[in-house]
Design a protein around this ligand. Structure first.
Ligand SMILES: [Zn+2]
Length: 604
C-alpha cells in the first residue's frame, strides 16, 4: 500500500474486509447547466450553477475546478502532439460566483486543465455552497473525444467547469488532463439544457424531458417505439432530413436532459445524422428494457447495424458478464473519431469491417460498469476500468466469433504488444500509479496485462465463485470510489481465501509470463512434470502430453499450481499411454519465450 492509502485504511474510510469503511464519505454536486450551440458558429456558451455538498470531515478552502478543454490551449501539457485544427484559446470563464459573491479565476497562460479557486469563506464539513459559472469556448475543428465531427455536427463532452473529486486518500484531484489518461469524477445530479437551432437533434446522457415539445409527431412516435422494439426503428433517416421538419419549428429548441448519481454527461448534436433505435430487456426480474441508439452519417455503411450491436451489448453484458442489469435507460453510439465511453454514450469511428465496429461498440458500452457504475479513478488506476472493459470484450467476443477467433484477436490486440516487448516499462507493477506512466507502458498495464490477471483469477476461482466475488465488489462499491485494495480485499473476503499471493504476483510485481518445462519422469502410469516459472507470473497453462501413438491430451492447470511455490510447480498426470514429449500452451496467456516450452523424452 502506498502511504496515502495506508492512511485511508487507518482513518476507517476503507476497511480491510474490502467494504467501504465506517467513516467512508464522498462529495456530491447538483449541476444545472444551460448551453447554447448554434452551428456553424463554433462558439459554445454556457451558464451553470453547482450546489456542492462537502460530506468530508475537512474544511475546504481552495477547491480545484476542472477545465478539461484547456487541453486545446497552445502550450498545454499533452501526451500527444496537437495540429493547428486542434488548438483553440481554451475555456473562458466570463464570471464565477460563490454563494452569489464574485470571485476571480486565474486565466493566465499557465492555467490549463486544473484551476484552484480561493473561497471567500471556507466550506465547513457537512456544509454546502453554490458555485455559478458563465463561460464560453470555441469547439475545435479537429475532434478527438469531443469537438466538431463536421460543420454542423458537434460532440460536446468535458464542456462544463466541474468541481474536481475531493476524496479520502488523495484530497483534491489535481492530476492534469493530458489526453491519454482518462478521468475521475464524482457522482452528481445533472439537469442540462442544450439550446440549438430548429432541425437539429440533440442526443446524450440522461432522460430527455418533454420530447413531445421538441419532435414532430411522426418522429416522436418512432422515438417512443424504439424503447419497446427489438427491431431497429429508423427514427430519422437521410430522406427525412430533406423535408426540414423533424423538430418543432421554433427559431431555437431547448433540449433538456436529467440524470442522477452519474459521473458525467456528454451530448451529440446534428442536423443531418441518421437516428436509429431499438431496445432489449436488461432486467429479467422487473422486465425493464433499455434503449440502444445509433446516430451517424448515412454514408457510414457499418453504422446502419450499430443500434443492433449496441442492443446485443446491453443484452449480453446484463445477462452474462458482468451479469448486472444495464443501469441506465439507454445508450447512444454517436459517430465520431474517438472510440470513447461516456455515461449512456459512446463516440465511435466508422469502420469497413463491421465485426470491428461491433467490437468497439461492445468495448465502449462495457465501460458502463467500470468506470461509471463503479466510480473508478481512471487517471491513477486505469487498470480498474480498461482492464475490465478488455475482459468483458473477450468474453462477449467468444460468443460473437467463437473462442478461437476471439482469442486470436485478443492475443493480437491486447497481449502481443506487451509480452513481446522487452523494454522495462512493460513489466512495471500494474497497480501503478498510472498517472505517472505513459506510452505503451501505460497502455499495456491498463488493458491486456490486468485483463489477463482478471481472467487468471477467474480461472483460479472458477466462474461461479468469481462471479460471486465480482458481484459483491460491484454491490459494495457502485456509486462510490473504490481503489485497487477495495477490490482485492473484497475478493479475499467473499472467496474466504487469502489471495494476496496472487494479487502480489500479478498486480504488484515486475513479473511477466514465461513458463518452461524442465522434465517429465515416469512411475508406472504416473508422470511428474516439472515446470519452472522463469517470468514469475502465476499464469494458468495447458500441459500437453504428446503420446507415442501420435495422440495428445491437454491437462489444464489453473494458477493454483503457483500458490505454494512461485518458481517451480510439479504437475502430475496419469495416462496408460507413453508420453514422448510435453509442451506448454498458455493460449491467451502468451509466453515470452516459447523455446523452453517443450520437453522431449531422450531416446534410450
Ligand atoms: Zn476502454
Amino acid at each position: 500500500m502506498s502511504r496515502d492509502v495506508k492512511q485511508a485504511y487507518k482513518n476507517g474510510t476503507r476497511a480491510m474486509d474490502g467494504k467501504p469503511g465506517k467513516n467512508y464519505w464522498q462529495n456530491h454536486g447538483r449541476y444545472v447547466i444551460s448551453v447554447t450551440a448554434m452551428p456553424p458558429d463554433r462558439n459554445i456558451k454556457g451558464t451553470e450553477t453547482i450546489s456542492y455538498m462537502n460530506n468530508s470531515p475537512d474544511t475546504l478552502r481552495n477547491p480545484a475546478i476542472k477545465l478539461f478543454l484547456n487541453i486545446h490551449k497552445p502550450g498545454a501539457p499533452r501526451e500527444f502532439g496537437a495540429t493547428p485544427d486542434y488548438l483553440t484559446s481554451g475555456v473562458h470563464i466570463d464570471e464565477c460566483k460563490v454563494n452569489g459573491q464574485t470571485v476571480q479565476v486565474r486565466s493566465d497562460q499557465f492555467v490549463f486543465t486544473n484551476v484552484s479557486i480561493k473561497l471567500p469563506k471556507p466550506l465547513l464539513p457537512h456544509d454546502s455552497l453554490q458555485f455559478s459559472f458563465t463561460w464560453h469556448y470555441e469547439i475545435s475543428l479537429q475532434s478527438g473525444r469531443e469537438g466538431m465531427i463536421d460543420s454542423t455536427t458537434y460532440f460536446l463532452a468535458y464542456f462544463y467547469p466541474r468541481v474536481a473529486v475531493y476524496d479520502d486518500y488523495n484530497g483534491w484531484d489535481k492530476m492534469p488532463f493530458m489526453d491519454s489518461h482518462e478521468f475521475y469524477s464524482d457522482f452528481n445530479d445533472y439537469d442540462v439544457t442544450i439550446t440549438v437551432p430548429k432541425n437539429y437533434i440533440v442526443v446524450g446522457t440522461g432522460t430527455l424531458q418533454h420530447p413531445e415539445n421538441l419532435l414532430q409527431q411522426l418522429f416522436l412516435k418512432k422515438y417512443s417505439e424504439a424503447f419497446t422494439s427489438d427491431q431497429t426503428i429508423q427514427i430519422v433517416t437521410k430522406q427525412d432530413w430533406q423535408a426540414k421538419n423533424i423538430t418543432a419549428q421554433n427559431a431555437v429548441n431547448s433540449w433538456r436532459f436529467t440524470s442522477t448519481n452519474i459521473p458525467d454527461v456528454a451530448f451529440g448534436i446534428s442536423d443531418h445524422f441518421n437516428w436509429d433505435g431499438c431496445s432489449v430487456v436488461v432486467d429479467d426480474a422487473t422486465h425493464r428494457r433499455a434503449g440502444a441508439f445509433a446516430v451517424y452519417n448515412d454514408t457510414a455503411a457499418d453504422y446502419h447495424q450499430v443500434a443492433q450491436y449496441a442492443r446485443h451489448s446491453l443484452n449480453w453484458l446484463s445477462h452474462h458478464w458482468p451479469g448486472v442489469p444495464y443501469p441506465y435507460e439507454k445508450t447512444t453510439v454517436f459517430q465520431g473519431y474517438a472510440g470513447m465511453e461516456y455515461p449512456m454514450m459512446a463516440n465511435d469511428e466508422t469502420y469497413e469491417d463491421t465485426s470491428f465496429s461491433r467490437f468497439v461498440a461492445e468495448h465502449e458500452i462495457a465501460h458502463t460498469y467500470m468506470p461509471f457504475y463503479m466510480g473508478i479513478n481512471e487517471t491513477r488506476y486505469g487498470f480498474m476500468d480498461e482492464g475490465w472493459a478488455t475482459t468483458f470484450e473477450i468474453l462477449i467476443g467468444r460468443e460473437d466469433l467463437g473462442k478461437e477467433k476471439a482469442d486470436e484477436i485478443f492475443k493480437q490486440f491486447r497481449v502481443d504488444g506487451w509480452i513481446n516487448n522487452r523494454s522495462p516499462g512493460q513489466d512495471v507493477p500494474i497497480v501503478g500509479p498510472g498517472d505517472n506512466m505513459m506510452g505503451d507502458a501505460l497502455g499495456n498495464n491498463e488493458y491486456g496485462k490486468p485483463s489477463l490477471g482478471y481472467l487468471a483469477v477467474k480461472d483460479l476461482l472458477g466462474d461461479e465463485l468469481f462471479k460471486r466475488c465480482l458481484h459483491e465488489y460491484m454491490n459494495r462499491w457502485h456509486g462510490k470510489h473504490p481503489i485497487p485494495w477495495d477490490f482485492f480485499f473484497t475478493f479475499n473476503d467473499v472467496a474466504k481465501r487469502n489471495l494476496n499471493w496472487f494479487w502480489n504476483n500479478w498486480y504488484f510485481s515486475h513479473n511477466y509470463i514465461d513458463l518452461a518445462v524442465r522434465s517429465a519422469t515416469r512411475s508406472g502410469n504416473d508422470y511428474s512434470i516439472i515446470i519452472e516459472n522463469v517470468g514469475g507470473m502465476a499464469a494458468p497453462v495447458n500441459v500437453i502430453a504428446n503420446y507415442s501413438d501420435g495422440s495428445k491430451e491437454s491437462f489444464h492447470q489453473t494458477p493454483a499450481i503457483w500458490q505454494n511455490n512461485q518458481q517451480k510447480a510439479i504437475v502430475k498426470i496419469s495416462s496408460k499411454k507413453k508420453v514422448e514429449s510435453v509442451s506448454l500452451d498458455g493460449g491467451i496467456f502468451m509466453d515470452a519465450d516459447t523455446t523452453n516450452n517443450t520437453w522431449k523424452q531422450k531416446a534410450f
